[in-house]
Design a protein around this ligand. Structure first.
Ligand SMILES: [Zn+2]
Length: 50
C-alpha cells in the first residue's frame, strides 16, 4: 500500500482522490544511482565510433 498526498489539503491519504482531485505520490522521482550509471553507459556506447 503506497501513501499518497492530496495537492489541495496537503494531507496524506491512501485514497486516489481527495478534495475532488487526484492525489499524488509524495516521492515521485526516486533516484537510482545504478540505473543512472547504466543509462550513462548506454548513452556512451550509443555514441561510440569504433
Ligand atoms: Zn484533500
Amino acid at each position: 500500500m503506497r501513501l499518497r498526498k492530496c495537492p489541495k489539503c496537503s494531507s496524506y491519504s491512501l485514497k486516489h482522490v481527495c478534495c475532488g482531485s487526484a492525489t499524488v505520490s509524495p516521492h515521485p522521482a526516486k533516484y537510482h544511482p545504478a540505473r543512472a550509471a547504466y543509462l550513462r553507459l548506454a548513452k556512451k556506447l550509443e555514441h561510440k565510433t569504433d
